[in-house]
Design a protein around this ligand. Structure first.
Ligand SMILES: [Zn+2]
Length: 106
């Protein structure tokens, strides 16, 4: 008997850099962010908003960062989507994250 995988793809996925169908393994850091750019081929830029504590003023700053992440062909996140990204091995100069889940579609 074959074990079923938790992830179900809509289409066939031949992406070797896909954590579900390829050989890419993910590490412990996981973030949730919004896709701000899907112009690159197979990758997206994700904006992550976070609060930074300002000790001097005893208040929080609102800050954000942009993280480039690989976008597997079975997920295909688009601009405006809220996605979950996980750290993986460096795939290129700027990419060491991969989109693992679409939480909200635009
Ligand atoms: Zn896949």
């Amino acid at each position: 008997m074959q074990k079923k995988r938790a992830h179900t793809a809509n289409q066939e996925c031949k992406d070797s850099k896909c954590p579900f169908h390829g050989s890419l393994s993910i590490r412990k850091r996981v973030f949730v962010g919004t896709v701000v750019s899907d112009k690159m081929k197979n990758s997206v830029v994700v904006r992550r908003d976070y609060h930074h504590y300002e000790k001097k003023f005893l208040r929080y700053d609102r800050r954000h960062s942009h993280i480039a992440a690989h976008n597997p062909s079975c997920i295909e996140a688009k601009r405006g989507d809220v996605v979950k990204i996980a750290e993986c091995r460096p795939l290129s100069k700027t990419i060491s994250f991969v989109v693992i889940e679409k939480l909200q579609e635009d």
